[in-house]
Ligand binder design. Structure first.
Ligand SMILES: [Mn+2]
Length: 427
């Protein structure tokens, strides 16, 4: 299914008046505070978040999976689904592929299809956390860290293959997330596991094209429950520095122990010019698959506060970040879920853009703690939804994307096209 510009425009007609009233009211309030709404709208229009190819079908848990009708069963259909999200939101102009779940057979044709939706290829993701059919060596006891040299070599070669496939599509980065770790005390020699991982990453890095970046993701636990080889940002940073200037740390919101101060991690990594990518999701306890902003929207705002500050005062020469949603829920329509995540991300971004940074810095310098909190929360408590809707409308997207999605009966059409029992490739 493909959404035409004219479909979006006619859906917008009924919402336009109400929307413009709200937007004009907010605009005049912000103008009184000397905030230029055109600047903010321009930034929001440019802000694009990649959709991962594995989030377009219903996710599962280790207890089971409930499929959702009309799921995309091949890469072409996945790209079409991102096309639907992008047509409605004008903020999902990129897709992030997972190899080997989505191997492009004909790179040129796939590239062309994506371009017809206005979509480019973001970071490619390697997978050495599960064995593939006919694989010579198992990753049961790790991949880049494995005590067995053949397993490590196989994992290195897989990563080189992923770079090759990504290069053909125009990707400029690869994300490595390792499930490597141990389940029981004594199982791993921590130092050896780290050294093997460092050596393997260096081998991969040697073959990274000059205009590429390598992102090293961390996660404290799961699937291993005693130790993980790359459990935190410090280990990721050590490994990235051990590779070279094209290697960076990648922060995934859900990959932290409860109550970790993620905004502080973001600020320091950006100051050092070493934050490469960011994965969005949300969690209450330990999972990382809930819709962005559904549990902790204030945390998301505080993180964006640091991201915006890092982008504005880029003393560390941090490169532009690769933004991606990394969540796959198991009971919602996956496309509605992604639209909601995009909305939450843009809201936090817009709120962070409203912060009076000069006043905040002055209050900090004066150790006026109450004032600092007042400034942050004044921005956070502003209802920025009309700003986001206006950015979307001006870009040709829907004023109310979920409303439009339902009015256009997208899911019903996808079920008609693909059937009730189509299954997305992946886990
Ligand atoms: Mn991630």
């Amino acid at each position: 299914m493909r959404i035409k510009k004219s479909d979006v425009a006619s859906n917008n007609e009924k919402n336009e008046r109400g929307h413009l009233e709200k937007f004009d009211f907010l605009s005049s309030q912000l103008n009184q505070q000397e905030i230029n709404t055109d600047d903010i709208i321009g930034k929001l229009q440019k802000f694009q978040v990649a959709i991962p190819s594995w989030a377009l079908g219903a996710g599962g848990t280790r207890f089971g999976r409930f499929s959702y009708g009309g799921e995309p069963s091949n890469l072409e259909q996945k790209i079409d689904d991102v096309g639907v999200i992008h047509a409605l939101t004008q903020s999902a102009g990129a897709i992030s592929l997972h190899i080997p779940w989505d191997i492009p057979r004909d790179a040129d044709a796939i590239k062309q299809q994506a371009a017809s939706h206005g979509i480019v290829f973001d970071a490619v993701n390697s997978n050495t956390f599960q064995d593939q059919k006919n694989q010579a060596h198992s990753y049961k006891f790790g991949s880049l860290c494995n005590v067995n040299k053949e397993s490590r070599q196989q994992a290195i070669e897989h990563n080189l293959e992923v770079i090759k496939l990504g290069n053909a599509l125009g990707s400029k980065s690869m994300t490595v997330w390792l499930s490597d770790g141990s389940n029981f005390p004594g199982q791993h020699n921590f130092k050896k596991a780290f050294q093997h991982t460092q050596d393997s990453l260096q081998q991969i890095y040697k073959h990274l094209p000059n205009d590429w970046q390598l992102f090293i993701e961390y996660k404290p636990y799961e699937p291993n429950f005693y130790s993980t080889v790359i459990p935190d940002w410090g280990t990721s940073l050590m490994l990235a520095e051990g590779c070279g200037e094209k290697a960076f740390t990648l922060v995934d919101l859900g990959h932290h122990l409860p109550n970790t101060n993620i905004e502080q991690i973001v600020a320091i990594l950006m100051m050092k010019g070493k934050l490469g990518g960011f994965h969005f999701n949300d969690s209450k306890y330990g999972d990382d698959d809930l819709t962005c902003g559904s549990i902790k929207p204030y945390q998301l705002f505080l993180i964006f506060n640091e991201l915006v500050d890092g982008m504005d005062n880029n003393e560390g020469g941090n490169p532009p970040l690769a933004w991606m949603i990394d969540a796959s829920h198991n009971i919602k329509d996956p496309l509605e879920d992604l639209i909601q995540s995009l909305e939450a991300i843009r809201m936090a971004y817009a709120q962070a853009l409203l912060i009076d940074r000069k006043a905040l810095e002055a209050a900090r310098d004066a150790s006026d703690v109450s004032k600092c909190q007042e400034i942050l929360q004044a921005a956070y408590r502003t209802d920025v939804r009309p700003l986001i809707a206006e950015a979307r409308r001006l870009s040709g997207g829907a004023i109310d994307p979920i409303g439009a999605y339902r009015q256009m009966a997208v899911r019903e059409n996808l079920i008609k096209e693909r059937g009730m029992h189509s299954l997305a490739s992946g886990l």
